[in-house]
Design a protein around this ligand. Sequence first.
Ligand SMILES: NC(=O)c1ccc[n+]([C@@H]2O[C@H](COP(=O)([O-])OP(=O)(O)OC[C@H]3O[C@@H](n4cnc5c(N)ncnc54)[C@H](O)[C@@H]3O)[C@@H](O)[C@H]2O)c1
Ligand SMILES: [Zn+2]
Length: 361
Amino acid sequence: MPALKLKLYQGEYRIEIGPGLLGEVGDRLRGMGFKGKAAIIADATVARLYAGRLRSQLEKKDYEVALLEVPPGEGNKSLDQAGRLYTELADFGAERLTPLLALGGGVTGDLAGFVAATYLRGVPLIHLPTTLLAQVDSSIGGKVAVDHGRLKNYVGAFYQPRMVISDFSTLKTLPADQVVNGLAECLKYGLIRDKGLFELIEGNIDEIKALDEGLLGKMILHCASIKAEIVEKDEKDLGLRNILNFGHTAGHALESLSNLAIPHGRAVAMGMMTACLISRRLGVLPDAELARIRSLIQKAGLPVNLPQDLDYAALIQVMQQDKKKQEGALRFILPEAIGKVFIQGGISPLLLAEVLKEQSE
Ligand SMILES: NC(=O)c1ccc[n+]([C@@H]2O[C@H](COP(=O)([O-])OP(=O)(O)OC[C@H]3O[C@@H](n4cnc5c(N)ncnc54)[C@H](O)[C@@H]3O)[C@@H](O)[C@H]2O)c1
Ligand SMILES: [Zn+2]
């Protein structure tokens, strides 16, 4: 499978996507000129599944390997865990040129990336993402962070990896609800940027959910190249990268109002539907397109309607507290058609309340 290349101010790196690529990590490290030690920072669940093979393969290539495990879960994307990892890295004797391999989902990538950015003022980072979300989204673009109390992703940096190696065979062990979670982001890319991607998913949704390798590879490559293109054009998130927040304005508010009981992907799916309904009300998104979007979100196994007991006023308030607000009125990324979005400010709370009501019926 062809590799993607990302060209940024911080340097250039490759994103390799393919089945079984974890078996080639040692060769890639050698190819990049690393010698001596290598540290794997892994989600403990993922470590049980894949770290043994990764470790022995690296040892065969003469690397001295440390495996540093982190318990799974967002709660471990923390300064406490980062602190523990600094100590373990120092005990291992990790130096400026010791690569850190982040093996796991977005939580591991963000945490290990944060550690890589700060330990000894920066050591080489290699992402080995093992969730669909991490392969299409979090491993690309250089945002690394930890949470601080209720401040999610508040302490972080822009720190680009030296390489991303996405082995989509690892998705076979991913729980089905996590696959569906990642599919929400894949649909997002299609909706904001690429009708062809939307149609690829639309035409093959059952095969994709069954993890057909050919289709999965095609879809992940498509998604990753869209993220890469947007990041290349707006490395520091000052403009275009905004469109990646499609579905996330209402999505984040739903997540936080539910105290994270609603998983991210499901919240984003509902948020994308909110944006679609606003756009239709503004007379932009045609009914036929709306119906296609709604149907595909549902076929993916994601919700389109809001929870029955939702407190609209509270939801709108949470959205208004979001950084994208403008004097009470809200700013949304809205679909113009499948594959194209625009940014619209001045969405009144009244209009939003009407849409939310419509969406919960
Ligand atoms: N940096 C960015 O640009 C960016 C973008 C989007 C999201 N994120 C962050 O990503 C995080 C969410 O990432 P996620 O959805 O990957 O969640 P995650 O890392 O928590 O992984 C989800 C679950 O799947 C398990 N798992 C991972 N890979 C597996 C595999 N191959 N087989 C079996 N189990 C496996 C993990 O143990 C975990 O329980 C959030 O913290 C979010 O803030 C970052
Ligand atoms: Zn997201």
